[in-house]
Design a protein around this ligand. Structure first.
Ligand SMILES: NC(=O)c1ccc[n+]([C@@H]2O[C@H](COP(=O)([O-])OP(=O)(O)OC[C@H]3O[C@@H](n4cnc5c(N)ncnc54)[C@H](OP(=O)(O)O)[C@@H]3O)[C@@H](O)[C@H]2O)c1
Length: 309
């Protein structure tokens, strides 16, 4: 029977630190603000928004919510982002994806200034990760405390995409070393699958990336020491696709008609074969939000420091 990787436990640690940092900033007269922008009513986004707003409240971060209608035009969204970029109260901006089909998400995400790109999805942040120049590669020693201090590293490095960074933090929290392991990532989106594979590669795993056109998914997953799945397809990963003792990380979120949430993995069956497994909910999702809060505090600290120059 697999050990459950409890995202809530790790989140409590991270949010405790975030709350402390926010308190210290408040004492020096600085508020920490997070912008949350969505267009339309995607159910997974709405759930994520609700959970993020509640976490902001608990940690003292001020949330600025921008609810745009499904019919919003690209220009309207870009104009709003320009004003958020200039808004001194907002230290980081998260654009909830997916945006309506007509809107090119890359145009939108790339409009966020890198200093406020706390989800690390702008081309500059993604490029830094791919070029071994991001916070992540500098932090090989896992000294995440360094993120909170003002030093050349924290000032120059961009932000890492919250979901895959959260997965890495969760693996480390449970003492799972990925070096030399075969990691199979299912999904190649820019928000999750692709940066996930780059981070695992940076940690010296042997990485295979699968996607819709992969002809025999099970052939690859059966070889995996670590499976990270992010597709949003309920029940995609079944027990016969998992090697005994594999680590299974379920990033997928499917909102059912009754409002409950399940992931990509057939949890009950896979739990019996895996050595570690993340539940949905209570696994990766909550850590993703913690990463978002952590990145927002870092942005507030470095932004404040740079204003002195
Ligand atoms: N837990 C969290 O914190 C968190 C955060 C973000 C997203 N999510 C969830 O993670 C899931 C993925 O999000 P996303 O933004 O990456 O979605 P996305 O942009 O729709 O990407 C889905 C990926 O899954 C691949 N895929 C689809 N069907 C497949 C199949 N049958 N076999 C193998 N690969 C398949 C797609 O391949 P192609 O590229 O070839 O189309 C694509 O790369 C969603 O459920 C989302 O709600 C969770």
């Amino acid at each position: 029977m697999a050990q459950i990787m409890d995202g809530n436990k790790l989140s409590m640690d991270i949010r405790g630190k975030v709350e402390k940092e926010v308190g210290l900033l408040n004492e020096s007269g600085i508020d920490v603000g997070l912008g949350l922008l969505h267009a339309g009513e995607n159910p997974a986004s709405m759930q994520y928004l609700k959970a993020t707003l509640s976490s902001c409240k608990k940690t003292g971060i001020r949330a600025f919510q921008f609810d745009l209608p499904e019919t919003s035009s690209l220009n309207e969204i870009l104009n709003l982002i320009h004003s958020i970029n200039r808004d001194e109260r907002i230290n980081g901006l998260l654009v909830l994806l997916p945006l309506p089909d007509r809107i090119n998400p890359r145009r939108v995400v790339n409009e966020i200034v890198p200093e406020k790109d706390i989800d690390g999805l702008g081309s500059l942040s993604v490029g830094r990760l791919a070029a071994d120049e991001s916070t992540f590669q500098i932090l090989q020693e896992r000294d995440y405390e360094a993120l909170y201090s003002i030093n050349p590293m924290s000032l120059s490095a961009g932000f890492l995409p919250c979901t895959p960074f959260g997965v890495i933090r969760l693996l480390e929290y449970y003492g799972i070393d990925v070096k030399g392991k075969h990691a199979v990532v299912i999904g190649k989106s820019l928000a999750v699958g692709k940066p996930m594979s780059l981070m695992l590669l940076a940690k010296e795993a042997t990485v295979t990336v699968c996607h819709k056109a992969t002809s025999d998914l099970g052939y690859f997953t059966r070889q995996a020491d670590i499976i990270c799945t992010a597709t949003g397809i309920r029940g995609l990963v079944t027990a016969d696709m998992v090697k005994d003792g594999a680590v299974v990380v379920d990033i997928g979120i499917n909102v059912l008609k009754d409002g409950s949430i399940v992931g990509d993995v057939d949890f009950e069956a896979v739990e019996k074969k895996a050595s570690f497994i993340t539940p949905v909910p209570g696994g990766v999702g909550t850590v993703t939000i913690s990463m978002l809060l952590e990145n927002t505090v870092r942005s507030a600290k470095t932004g404040q420091f740079l204003k002195h120059f």
